[in-house]
Design a binder for this molecule. Structure first.
Ligand SMILES: Nc1ncnc2c1ncn2[C@@H]1O[C@H](COP(=O)(O)OP(=O)(O)OP(=O)(O)O)[C@@H](O)[C@H]1O
Ligand SMILES: [Mg+2]
Length: 369
């Protein structure tokens, strides 16, 4: 398991050996240096840009596993390290909007207006204070009614996909986001379905706690149904272990079990349970801006780095939505897949299989063939 601080320590050690950094053998010095690295991210080597826009749906119908926290902090990390990111809050709770300091009181132009109303995404995108590279589409409580209101809307499952495509293609190339991160609510209703149809890939945060895998089979079944009927491009590409508590054996057992099920889809970086992570939203901030030197902050930076590095190899040759291409014609209304409960064990990620759980490429050739 990758120690989130390992890379940073090696890098600092290299600097120190070269006489470029002061001694950092005390915890405070180490934390100060970590904070400096995050705060002055712009001076560091930027994360590599993906060859095409990556639309990542952050989903897990289990509540409180770290979907919002991961969406926010990965989005901020990508933005601080030089990539343009758009975060879409698709949860009526509006926690993502809160954490990014974006207004989401009733009446604020929000994702509801783009999904149910006639607004374009450009009308409801807001800047964030975290970074000029990061923009956010907030969710207001109106979204709670969208599950029902959408039922009678034409092509209801494609509303978000069309909104994103329309937005992206209207922007000049140099302003298009590299990453679109969609934070889902803890349910498998029409909002999550819209996010799965809109996305190219799914990121599943899994909390290192008992019952972590409960309900995961149902989520994977749903992704499989969406892939079969509505969005052939969707696949689980990333699993992120969250709230890891190194003091407990249980956390290790869960992490091991998840790795044995999902193999290389699981990021090497694990997000530790860290009080600064949970405090940050209360100040309308990500942990990277609230306490950049904390373990939570550096872990999310490392997780985002891994995500970005993997993204470089995840560019399929037959890209259905290449950057700069015109939007595809609107799809015919397809029937909504029935939600069926999980019956068997959580499927394993079988490298090379044509399943909703995608294998992680080991080389560019493997992915682009
Ligand atoms: N690494 C962490 N360390 C400590 N607390 C955390 C960490 N990650 C998340 N939390 C806290 O756990 C709670 C749940 O996290 P979060 O809101 O991100 O989960 P979620 O999956 O989005 O929840 P929901 O299903 O309700 O949308 C929050 O109070 C958050 O601050
Ligand atoms: Mg949430």
């Amino acid at each position: 398991m990758t120690d989130p601080g390992q890379r940073l320590r090696s890098s600092l050690a290299a600097d120190s050996a070269a006489g470029a950094a002061p001694e950092f053998d005390s915890p405070i010095a180490m934390e100060a240096l970590r904070a400096t690295r995050v705060l002055h991210a712009a001076d560091q080597e930027p994360f590599p840009a993906p060859g095409r826009i990556r639309v990542i749906t952050v989903a897990n119908q289990k509540g409180g596993v770290g979907k919002t926290t991961s969406t926010v902090n990965l989005g901020v990390a990508l933005a601080l390290y030089g990539l343009r990111a758009l975060v879409i809050d698709l949860d009526p709770q509006g926690n993502t909007s809160t954490a990014l300091g974006v207004e989401h009181t009733v009446g604020t132009p929000s994702i509801y207006d783009a999904l149910v109303g006639d607004s374009s995404l450009a009308d409801v995108v807001h800047p964030t204070t975290a970074s000029p590279n990061l923009r956010c589409v907030p969710a207001t409580i109106d979204l709670a009614g969208a599950e029902i209101e959408l039922v009678s809307v034409v092509a209801r499952e494609y509303r978000l996909r069309r909104a994103i495509e329309g937005y992206v293609h209207a922007l000049p190339e140099e302003q298009r986001p590299h990453y679109v991160l969609i934070d889902c609510p803890p349910s498998l209703g029409l909002l999550t379905l819209n996010a799965l149809v809109a996305g190219d890939e799914v990121l599943i945060p899994i909390q290192c706690e008992y019952y972590a895998l409960e309900g995961l089979g149902q989520l994977l079944n749903n992704i499989e149904l969406v892939r079969a009927h509505l969005n052939p491009g969707i696949a689980v590409r990333t699993i992120l272990l969250t709230m890891y508590d190194a003091r407990t054996k249980l956390a290790d057992q869960v992490a091991e079990e998840v790795r044995s099920h999902f193999g290389d889809l699981v990021l090497g970086t694990v997000i530790p349970r860290n009080v600064r992570v949970s405090e940050a939203p209360g100040y309308g901030q990500s942990v990277l801006t609230y306490d950049p030197g904390s373990r939570g902050s550096t872990s999310y930076v490392e997780a985002a780095r891994e995500l970005a590095e993997r993204g470089v190899h995840l560019v399929p040759e037959s890209d259905p939505r290449p950057m700069g291409a015109p939007p595809p014609p609107p799809p015919a209304t397809a029937p909504m897949p029935a939600v069926r409960p999980a019956t068997g064990p959580v499927p394993r990620a079988v490298p090379g299989s044509d399943a909703a759980v995608a294998p992680v490429p080991t080389s560019v050739d493997e992915e682009t063939r």
